[in-house]
Design a protein around this ligand. Structure first.
Ligand code: GDP
Length: 490
């Protein structure tokens, strides 16, 4: 079934024309919306089964012809469900007509062609229905972004997070802060108008306002210290596979992605740029990067790849370090060492979130019990041994990964430990909240030092920062980008 949706003040006239044949159409010429509604017995928000006719008037062409040609007069195109939503109680806030017709492309084209013959009708731009809904205050910017994320969501965690945002849970929190700050601002501003020489009165009022502001500061700080959980859930957790050339990084990526997307070859140094693949691991979105093998090299292009790999490793939320079992050397005292370059050990030391896996265990004659490994005189715990090529122990690697993902996102027994989702799902939100916090901190640091009207300006700026997140102020640029990414018809 395809749904053709028309929004705007003329949509009922257009809709009714389509559900009337040429003869019936004559009857309702010149009627207004409510007369048409009565005449067609159309109830607001009810589904009606209707026949759909062409708008082209054949009455003169086939006048007093045979029965077969008479039938053509009515030029029925299809039949289906017809619904009328009277504004403002509709998705866009305007009058909306929806026609549920059969889902053929030819039929969709035909109905759109019929509609295009009417005055003031055109195809909607991408996301235009939602844009109108926003302009008519049906949704705020944060809810629209939530809807866009919901439409793009691929994993369960993304679905949950975007639904919360779309349903206005995040907007409620922000609106509450905004309300608190506006109230504080109103109190302080009222005081400016009230001419007084009594400094202590001024100080008292500001002191009380500052108490409220401090509470908002505390709550914003809590949100900002969410370790980027919302952004990670929205955009995917970045995980890089690192290691020496030929350790089996590309093979592991292919094995996890279950399709050949990285070049696997026996010549060391094949992957010079980072390749990535989006995966769903236990309901969480992951962007997995295959990086260039890390080693000392004279080759300038390879060196660029190595530097890029190191940068990836530093910026990733999680790394998987792969060691070829042939590179593991057993010492006389039973310990295991691996020769590796300085940069890798630095990453291991600086980034707690690096898992170490030994690869190619299918090659080993007997499986050695390796629990830890020494690199440049430092001991590191081994997370497991795998064969990426033979698919051995890959489920163990996935279990370890899932555990790490839960740890990173503060998830305990499948539930966010803080009990709530993060309201920050995009860098845009984080930057505005950080700016807001800066203004609030300046405001609360200033006790008697500055005149009230100067500190009030800080509060006003803080209110605007929150307003920009929900789309109350300065949103033109954000809107253009956002709606251009929507699909047509939404
Ligand atoms: P990269 O340079 O780290 O990306 O390594 P590749 O994935 O290109 O693999 C290098 C070579 O090692 C290829 O010939 C792979 O087939 C081979 N290889 C990778 N994983 C395994 C494994 O688990 N066992 C064996 N025997 N060979 C492997």
């Amino acid at each position: 079934v395809s749904i053709i949706r028309i929004s705007g003040s003329n949509c009922l006239q257009a809709g009714q024309m389509l559900v009337q044949n040429a003869k019936q159409r004559q009857m309702i010429k010149g009627m207004n919306n409510s007369e048409i509604q009565d005449y067609l017995n159309l109830q607001n928000r009810y589904a009606h089964f209707k026949k759909l006719y062409s708008l082209i008037d054949y009455t003169n062409t086939f006048h007093s012809q045979s029965q077969q040609q008479q039938d053509l007069i009515y030029q029925q195109i299809d039949q289906g469900i017809f619904m009328y939503f009277q504004g403002p109680k509709s998705y866009t806030g305007e009058d909306i007509v929806e026609m549920h017709i059969h889902g053929s492309r030819a039929l969709q084209k035909k109905v759109l062609l019929e509609l295009s013959q009417l005055n003031n009708f055109r195809l909607a731009d991408p996301g235009e229905f939602t844009k109108r809904a926003m302009l008519n205050n049906k949704l705020d910017l944060l809810e629209v972004e939530g809807l866009a994320d919901l439409l793009n969501s691929e994993t369960e965690s993304q679905r949950i997070q975007s639904t919360q945002q779309f349903l206005g849970k995040s907007s409620q929190i922000l609106e509450n802060w905004r309300f608190q700050l506006i109230r504080a601002l109103a109190h302080a501003e009222a005081f400016i108008d009230f001419e007084s020489d009594q400094d202590d009165v001024e100080f008292n009022i500001l002191g009380k306002t500052q108490e409220n502001v401090k509470q908002v500061i505390k709550e914003i700080n809590e949100q900002l210290s969410d370790r980027n959980r919302g952004e990670i859930l929205r955009d995917g957790m970045k995980i890089s596979i690192i290691g020496k050339p030929n350790a089996g990084k590309s093979t592991l990526l292919n094995c996890l992605a279950k399709k050949d997307i990285a070049i696997v070859s026996e010549i060391p140094g094949t992957t010079r740029d980072a390749l990535s693949v989006s995966l769903n691991i236990s309901g969480f979105p992951i962007v997995l990067y295959d990086t260039a093998g890390i080693r000392q090299t004279q080759d300038l292009i390879e060196e660029k790849g190595v530097n890029k790999a190191l940068q990836h490793a530093r910026e990733s939320d999680l790394n998987i370090w792969i060691i070829d079992i042939d590179d593991v050397i057993k010492q006389a005292d039973g310990s295991h060492i691996v020769q590796d370059i300085k940069e890798i050990s630095e990453i291991l030391e600086s980034n707690q979130n690096t898992l170490i896996f030994i690869n190619k265990i299918d090659k080993a004659n007997s499986q050695q019990e390796i629990t830890d490994i020494t690199i440049r005189e430092k001991k590191f715990k081994i997370d497991g041994q795998i064969s990426a090529q033979q698919n051995q122990n890959i489920n163990t690697l996935l279990d370890t990964l899932t555990k790490k993902i839960h740890e990173r996102l503060d998830i305990i027994d499948g539930i966010m430990s803080s009990g709530t989702n993060s309201i920050i799902t995009q860098t845009r939100h984080r930057l505005e909240l950080q700016k807001c916090l800066e203004h609030l901190e300046i405001f609360s640091r200033n006790k008697q030092n500055f005149p009230v009207d100067i500190v009030c300006e800080e509060l006003r700026q803080a209110v605007n920062c929150i307003g920009r997140i929900t789309g109350r102020v300065d949103v033109e640029e954000v809107l253009d980008v956002l709606f251009s990414e929507f699909c047509i018809g939404k």
